[in-house]
Write a protein that binds this ligand. Structure first.
Ligand SMILES: Nc1nc2c(ncn2[C@@H]2O[C@H](COP(=O)(O)OP(=O)(O)O[C@H]3O[C@H](CO)[C@@H](O)[C@H](O)[C@@H]3O)[C@@H](O)[C@H]2O)c(=O)[nH]1
Ligand SMILES: [Mg+2]
Length: 237
């Protein structure tokens, strides 16, 4: 039976972590899927790691792994760090604030199996996918980021900046080793490189609901990094 590892990067997610873990356990167990959760916490001052340790006691150390880092080191490198501890055949990356609802994971798995895809990505920008709870400014930032990447690089994927994805483990290892971005731009670079390497990608429409607890970590420096990364890839491909 295939095993699925989830990498969950966290920074100040103490209110969200128990619920997202419960929803993950439910989605996997109800569908009889073998799973583990790798939490990559960047020294959150709000006690996220204490919550993670409690969750390990509840669900067991074979299901939940806490792999912290000493400081806030960026979203992209959090996946790189988490991947070395994953024992699954497939790896799912997602946000911890239940903007990415675990109920979609069985759909990702089903689609991957059906077409033997290398990657399945959640999409907010195709089918009945959508975004709920963002203000106009954030919607424009996300749409523009996707549009720019589509116009300049055209990888043929409708949501390039989203971070709810399932990867075949070897594919993730290969693409991640070539990817240089450290922050949010990581998702776009990963997908562009994967497509350039000939990986097959399936899409599952998802509803992205903005977080209820805590704050987004998207900063203006992430936007600058995105544009830089985009131009770099444009020159390469
Ligand atoms: N360990 C770690 N975790 C981080 C870091 N930065 C963010 N996170 C975690 O990464 C997840 C996403 O961060 P948010 O701050 O909630 O991001 P967002 O503004 O909601 O952005 C989302 O949408 C963007 C646009 O689609 C995505 O680009 C982004 O990846 C994310 O899905 C959360 O679980 C958050 O705790 C970091 O430097 N280190
Ligand atoms: Mg969020």
């Amino acid at each position: 039976m295939a095993k699925y590892s989830v990498i969950l990067p966290t920074y100040n997610e103490r209110d969200n972590l128990p619920i997202v873990t419960w929803l993950l356990a439910k989605a996997f167990n109800e569908n009889k899927i073998d799973w583990e959760l790798v939490i990559v916490d960047d020294a959150s001052p709000d006690g996220t790691q204490d919550i993670a340790k409690e969750l390990i006691k509840i669900y067991g150390a074979d299901r939940i792994l806490l792999k912290p880092r000493p400081g806030l080191l960026g979203l992209g490198t959090a996946y790189v760090h988490g991947l070395q501890f994953c024992s699954g055949d497939f790896v799912i990356i997602m946000d911890a604030d239940f903007s990415h609802h675990p109920k979609f994971i069985p759909k990702f798995i089903e689609l991957q199996k059906k077409h033997n895809y290398d990657i399945v990505t959640g999409t907010r920008y195709a089918g009945d996918g959508g975004v709920y709870g963002w203000d106009l400014k954030r919607k424009i930032i996300s749409r523009t980021a996707n549009l720019l990447a589509t116009v300049l690089l055209n990888p043929g994927v409708s949501d390039l900046t989203g971070s709810f994805r399932l990867y075949r483990r070897e594919v993730l290892e290969k693409v991640i080793s070539e990817t240089t971005s450290k922050g949010y731009v990581f998702q776009m670079e990963m997908m562009v490189r994967a497509k350039a390497a000939g990986c097959t990608v399936g899409e599952v429409p998802i509803s992205f609901v903005d977080r209820l607890y805590g704050e987004s970590k998207l900063s203006s420096s992430e936007i600058v990094q995105y544009v830089r990364g985009l131009l770099l890839l444009w020159r390469t491909f």
